[in-house]
Ligand binder design. Structure first.
Ligand SMILES: [Zn+2]
Length: 362
């Protein structure tokens, strides 16, 4: 009986979710006729803790607010700024000040993280190599990611996740715990081998979301990152309710519209994940990427307002209501090198696109 009730309630939930999605898509289609950008619910930038520290949280928050940005993602990874650095920042007086200022100015805060290496401590390799990924040579390796079908690995991750979520609290209820940022970092053991990179990611994300919901209830959600190797949609593994698509088209050419390959991968993913909860992570303002990730050689942003507007219209035409961009390494060095006011003008132009303004600020 309980099972029947459960199935009935799940079906009812899915039906309501579908109706809401369709209603959103219809509204988007209707708005598209006017060819102007509507106001997505979430309009953001993603920064490293060091960007916030070097420019100062007061200046960042006032610039974001003035530009109409209402979402700040803070980034950590295992290459430049690890999870421990983010923790130190969030717990510092500056971090507390940032969170307070964001709350006062209507800016949501969430954490976009490439930190799976930290969720499964690497020193466990000595005693539990089976928790770790098998490379293409058939050898277990503690470098990057995990064995995505290892129950032992998930037991450790659940314990570590509880420690992290004591201090890491996104105001949106959306969590981002991506797999490691590496090419061919997935598992080739006999159990994992049958799954693609996207499917191995989704096995991990489904497990992680269950852990988060056990802890925080049914409202929290978790990103499935479609990016590099995980750009093709998962087929053999289905997302549980609460997993949302995060589409990050790294490697695209910013002087041209989104390529047909990228467009197709987004459309294929939107057959699996609902459009109304999907989130785009772009690179329009990503100094780190446009500098080839060489912090000593910061390059200017190839900013083109018209191109960015074209991209945003495209995403909104797909029913996507949450859009952000990396703006990593917009720091004091960058502002000194390429101009403080010039840089904030770019941020303002980016924000203005969401407001549907056609006249750009002087
Ligand atoms: Zn495996």
């Amino acid at each position: 009986m309980f099972k029947i009730f459960y199935i009935f309630s799940q079906s009812l939930f899915l039906a309501v979710a579908l109706i809401l999605c369709l209603a959103t898509v219809r509204q988007v289609e209707a708005r598209e006729v006017s060819d102007s950008v509507r106001m997505p619910q979430k309009r953001g930038v993603v920064l490293y803790p060091s960007d916030l520290i070097s420019v100062g949280e007061s200046e960042w928050v006032s610039r974001l607010r003035d530009a109409g940005i209402n979402l700040l993602g803070i980034h950590a990874d295992t290459v430049f700024e690890p999870l421990s650095q983010l923790e130190k920042y969030v717990k510092s007086p500056q971090g507390s000040n940032l969170l307070r200022l964001c709350a006062e100015n209507g800016i949501e805060v969430e954490y976009e993280l490439h930190v799976l290496q930290s969720l499964l401590p690497r020193d466990l390799f000595e005693t539990h190599s089976e928790y770790f990924r098998m490379d293409t040579e058939g050898k277990r390796s503690q470098k990057y990611n995990i064995c995505f079908t290892s129950e032992g690995a998930y037991r450790v991750i659940e314990r570590e996740l509880k420690k992290v979520t004591e201090w890491l609290k996104p105001t949106t209820g959306r969590y981002f715990f991506w797999t490691d940022d590496v090419t061919d970092g997935f598992c080739h053991c006999p159990e994992c081998e049958e799954y693609s990179a996207s499917e191995q990611s989704l096995i991990y994300e489904n497990r992680l979301l269950k852990m988060l919901r056990d802890q925080f209830g049914p409202k929290v959600t978790l990103a499935h990152l479609a990016y590099n190797q995980t750009l093709p949609p998962p087929i053999k593994v289905k997302p549980i309710e609460g997993i949302f698509l995060e589409y990050a088209p790294i490697g695209r050419d910013y002087s041209k519209p989104l390529s047909e390959k990228h467009q197709a991968s987004l459309e294929e993913n939107l057959k699996i994940f609902p459009a109304c909860s999907a989130h785009v992570l772009e690179y329009w303002l990503d100094v780190s990427m446009f500098s080839g990730w060489k912090i000593q050689q910061l390059q200017p942003l190839p900013w083109d307002e018209a191109n960015c507007r074209r991209d945003i219209l495209f995403y909104e035409g797909k029913g996507i209501d949450s859009i952000t961009t990396f703006a990593a390494w917009i720091n004091q060095d960058f502002l000194r090198k390429y101009g403080r006011e010039e840089t904030w003008k770019i941020l303002s132009e980016y924000g203005s696109i969401f407001e549907g303004k056609t006249d750009l600020p002087e």
